[in-house]
Design a protein around this ligand. Structure first.
Ligand code: GDP
Length: 427
């Protein structure tokens, strides 16, 4: 966490930003259908305290479902249906989990969702590995240069094989990748994971795996596997990060932890490396280390350069995630749902305040910012303002998805985020 904050602060300083959103993460989850995206999203909301209970479903090969599947789907759908859900993880970090339509390709919906993400988790089934839609969502992430982590899920299922999935990430997704956690126990006996950097065992206990028990010794049966995983990680990093290569040569494998975190973070943001996590969302194994990784290795808005186009000139303007700059925001999703008509916006620059006058850059229309909210799983919170890097929703707005909103200063420049170019990492 310390490394993540330091890195973001360095980027903020280089960009001359003060009060930049260094603790913000806007991320999505992408997966082949049925890989466990919904289950994982629910677990993430649970661990971050957004929902109090996990729906009792034990999967196709389990027992004891307490709801019939129709009822369950409806309840789960309601819990995580928002286009963006705000949550906290670790001290000082604010995350927005953004819904990505996922497996459909080349649609404007997908493009907009990809565009507002700074990072993503790619969920892969531990049995089926990289599937057709995994390739599709990976292609989308590549097109928008979205850095990502991989989560190899369903390792409690018979026939699960994380090593094979890792090989597929390397061979089919063409990415250097290494394990950051490896499973303890196989199939039905999956009980925890080994943290590869620290070489610690992390067990998940309690009814929902809500308690962590960390042990400095790892099961002896896993010792050589864990050692090998650590060496493989360091070799991968030495190949993609020059600075790390030198360190690695000097110190052999005893590289300091901070240096490893820094190298992983930089390589992940540059999309030259994929950290791979193991576990089972359904069994609540391995989810918390994955959430830690969202904070540790995915970029804050400060570490990504976003652009808007100016008028008809096709001139590219770099946006600064600075709360005091003039407002530039994108309406990326209109939703007519349980809370009424909502427009979701990402603020790229400046501050969106309730009651302020803003302008729709496409139509030139002026409007006063109505009620401004943030969604928390199944609740809604009124907020007074949303600053650069944040995601919020406005009530009942007359606009189209893809519209850009600016303040009066921005109106004359006729900025458009709809034709925004691919963001670039700041490293
Ligand atoms: P989605 O289509 O990607 O959103 O997948 P879901 O989260 O709906 O999961 C699809 C099915 O796989 C459901 O029956 C889940 O209960 C089950 N599932 C999800 N994660 C796991 C897991 O880690 N282990 C097992 N055994 N089943 C899982």
């Amino acid at each position: 966490v310390q490394v993540a904050l330091e890195e973001a602060q360095i980027a903020a300083r280089e960009r001359g930003l003060t009060g930049a959103p260094v603790g913000r993460r806007n991320f999505g989850i992408a997966a082949h259908i049925d890989s466990g995206k919904t289950t994982l999203s629910e677990r993430i909301l649970f661990y971050s305290g957004r929902i109090r209970r996990i729906h009792e479903v034990r999967g196709k090969d389990g027992v004891g479902a307490t709801m019939d599947s129709m009822e369950l789907e409806r309840e789960r759908g309601i819990t995580i249906a928002s286009a963006a859900t705000y949550l906290n993880w670790q001290r000082g970090f604010h995350l927005n989990l953004i819904d990505t339509p996922g497996h459909v390709d080349f649609t404007i919906e997908v493009e907009r969702a990809m565009r507002v993400l700074d990072g993503a988790i790619l969920v892969l089934c531990g049995v089926s590995g990289v599937q057709s839609q995994s390739l599709t969502v990976d292609r989308q992430m590549r097109r928008y240069r979205v850095p990502r982590l991989a989560f190899v899920n369903k390792l409690d299922r018979q026939g699960a094989n994380p090593e094979r999935v890792l090989e597929q990430i390397v061979n089919k997704l063409h990415q250097p990748a290494a394990f950051l956690t490896i499973p303890i126990g196989v199939e039905r006996d999956l009980v925890g994971v080994v943290d590869v950097i620290r070489q610690q065992a992390v067990y998940f206990e309690g009814e929902y795996g809500e308690q962590l028990r960390i042990e400095d010794t790892i099961p002896s049966s896993l010792k050589s596997k864990a050692d090998q995983a650590r060496r493989h990680l360091i070799e991968c990093l030495a190949n993609v990060d020059e600075r790390f290569g030198d360190l690695f040569l000097e110190h052999d494998y005893g590289v300091p932890e901070d240096a490893i975190h820094r190298a992983i973070r930089r390589a992940t943001i540059a999309r030259s490396f994929t950290p791979v996590y193991c576990g089972s969302a359904l069994r609540n194994v391995g989810v918390q280390p994955l959430l830690d990784a969202v904070v540790n290795y995915l970029p804050s808005p400060v570490e990504v350069r976003s652009y808007a186009m100016q008028g008809d000139t096709e001139q590219r303007i770099q946006l600064e995630p600075d709360a005091n700059a003039s407002l530039v925001s994108l309406a990326f999703k209109l939703e007519d749902g349980r809370f009424g008509q909502l427009t979701y916006l990402r603020v790229y620059q400046g501050t969106l305040r309730r009651g302020d006058l803003i302008y729709n850059a496409r139509t030139g229309k002026r409007l006063r910012v109505p009620r401004l909210v943030r969604l928390h799983a199944d609740q809604m919170e009124d907020i007074q303002e949303a600053t650069a890097g944040d995601i919020c929703a406005m009530f009942g707005l007359d606009c189209a998805s893809g519209d850009t909103f600016t303040d009066e200063a921005g109106l004359g420049r006729r900025l458009s985020l709809e034709s925004i170019r691919v963001p670039e990492p700041v490293i």
